[in-house]
Design a protein around this ligand. Sequence first.
Ligand SMILES: C[S@@+](CC[C@H](N)C(=O)[O-])C[C@H]1O[C@@H](n2cnc3c(N)ncnc32)[C@H](O)[C@@H]1O
Length: 355
Amino acid sequence: MELTADLEHEHVHKVYSQIATHFSDTRFKPWPRIAQFLNDQPVSSIIADVGCGNGKYLGVNQSTYCLGSDICPELISIANDRGHEVAVCDCLQLPYRTGMFDAVICIAVIHHLSTEERRLAALREMTRILRSGGHMLVYVWAMEQERKQFEAQDVMVPWHLQPKYAKGASQEKVSQKSTDNARMRERKRLKKKQKKQQKSQVSQASAVGHEDSTELNLTEDTSHTEYLLGDLSALNLSDEDLAIGPHKTIGEESHELHRTDVECSTEAIANNVDIAPYKGKITNSHELAQRNSPNDDCAANASNGLEKRGYQTFQRYYHVFQRGELVQLLSKCTDVVVIEEFYDHENWCVIGKKL
Ligand SMILES: C[S@@+](CC[C@H](N)C(=O)[O-])C[C@H]1O[C@@H](n2cnc3c(N)ncnc32)[C@H](O)[C@@H]1O
């Protein structure tokens, strides 16, 4: 299969449709820098979230009007059920008037487009809908990562679908799982609130100098727990969205994951090392795992183990971006200037401003 729209249809669109519920259950925590960008937008701004997935960013800034779009009907349906205003469409052809948005975000989407021409066309389409003076924020998965080494820029990344999410599996189980996740998040939220209240009582009763350290411990504890209970539970760790979270304590998880890799004992391993260069021919997950060095045996064993346990593996196509590549691409859109470039948790990111 060539690097074309057909490849994206087979290894992006169809895959997200099949994994939508599982994927959505692992995506609920907005990343701080993206939330910051959204919260920086003035009251009543109109914002587009292109490739919004389950809409986790659509409600971040309640004082703005945020419209989501995505090519995956199943994810859009989840976002719609949450009360968001969304549309199913391709990011190459957005159903919006020229210049109608004050800001645009596009998080972890254009790395799923398989040619430079298509990635540029998507950026041009986003700049088209942005008004003059408006800002856009784009994230793409980086080739330069501490925990992963890519043999090529065009790669297949596995998603291991838990059996309970498989088509034909009892829908009760899936919705039970979603309810359980929602309950767990609510419990964590209440616990966090309780801790904050306790902390505020402590700080009222103690000397001023103690306040900062109490705050630090509580915040880091909570984020640590959230990370472990939340995203990690999905175990599809090779995804860019599961890149290690924003807090300092997360460094411990990074170490933790690394240790698990070495032990070769869970599905996390397969997800971490089971990334294969795309060579124009689709192979099954086992072959993909075997093609990889340096953890070949480990990945193959892990993949086998998962298959035996009823997991289905889907391969998602990614073009991982090298340093500077996103800026270079955006600079081909003549009506935008890059005002910031940064690296955020395994992603290259740019903020552009429309002239
Ligand atoms: C990694 S997810 C990111 C979702 C969301 N932006 C987030 O940060 O949670 C990639 C998303 O891109 C969407 N996508 C892939 N190709 C697309 C296209 N050509 N047009 C619109 N959306 C696309 C997928 O359906 C999926 O929801």
